[in-house]
Design a protein around this ligand. Structure first.
Ligand code: MG
Ligand code: MG
Length: 269
């Protein structure tokens, strides 16, 4: 487990905030009829205009700037030319490298008018992320984070993806420790000041089971039902979780008022 000093955390925060701004631009652009490839193009331009590098492009040979996963696609979707439909949901995961440090976060957007059951899936998945962040306190363990997410999701009967997990974040996109979205209280590594995590529940409407699409990248639900994905980058500072990424740019674009991140903003104002 690599612990970071405040200087490094500031750099990760800069990268995370650039991802947040990119997602804010996505929020303005998403509507029925546009393609995920179009979103990918403007995201890449925006990141490069800000003197940063798209973090996913070329990572394990991934071809694009964004992972864009629609409806039954869970994560790692490849942007394509298929127009989005009214009622779709679209998970956008974005990474950047700036000053040698990664930011990595994700949001699931609604396209046009979305069915209320699917809205509920998005709402619950996002809330489970904050349950996980609440458990990221000094001397808790990694298993406490997964346990908090799992307990919340189980109340709603959704499927938690097991094979894909959150992770440490820093000079590398994926660092130790792995952060599963399920787990037992009091198990796993001890959480210490300077730890930076990407916490990212992936939650399916139906079965937790997934499979790999023939493109070799896209993860899809086995039953074809929808899946949601929300991810934040968080540092432990002064014993408390400090959120480095933000959904505020998305909410500004969509006219949503939210104070969901307020309790995780203490160190950086
Ligand atoms: Mg991500
Ligand atoms: Mg991640």
């Amino acid at each position: 487990m690599i612990l970071k000093d405040i200087d490094e955390i500031k750099k990760i925060r800069n990268s995370a905030q650039l991802v947040s701004k990119t997602l804010g631009i996505m929020a303005k652009e998403i509507k029925p009829g546009i393609t995920s490839l179009y979103l990918d193009k403007i995201a890449e331009e925006f990141i490069r205009d800000n003197n940063a590098i798209p973090g996913f492009k070329g990572y394990n040979n991934f071809p694009n700037t964004l992972c864009i996963s629609v409806n039954n696609q869970v994560v790692h979707g490849i942007p394509c030319n298929k127009p989005l439909d009214d009622g779709d949901i679209i998970s956008i995961d974005c990474g950047v490298i700036n000053e040698g440090y990664y930011g990595d976060h994700a949001y699931t957007f609604e396209v046009g008018e979305v069915d209320k059951n699917i809205k509920e899936l998005l709402d619950v998945t996002k809330k489970s992320l904050y349950q996980g962040i609440d458990a990221m306190i000094e001397n808790n363990r990694i298993g406490d984070i997964g346990n908090a997410i799992q307990n919340y999701i189980n109340l709603h009967g959704y499927g938690i993806v097991r094979e894909l997990v959150g992770h440490g974040l820093g000079k590398n996109l994926h660092e130790e420790p792995e952060v599963p979205n399920y787990g037992k209280k009091g198990t796993g590594k001890i959480i210490k000041n300077g730890l930076v995590l990407a916490i990212e529940p992936m939650v399916n409407m139906g079965t937790e089971k997934i499979s790999l699409d023939t493109d070799g990248w896209t993860i899809v639900t086995l039953d074809g039902k929808s899946s949601a994905h929300f991810e934040h980058d968080i540092a432990l500072i002064n014993g408390k979780p400090e959120i480095l990424s933000t959904f505020d740019f998305i909410y500004d674009a969509l006219g949503i008022k939210s104070d969901e991140e307020k309790r995780f903003k203490n160190f950086f104002i």
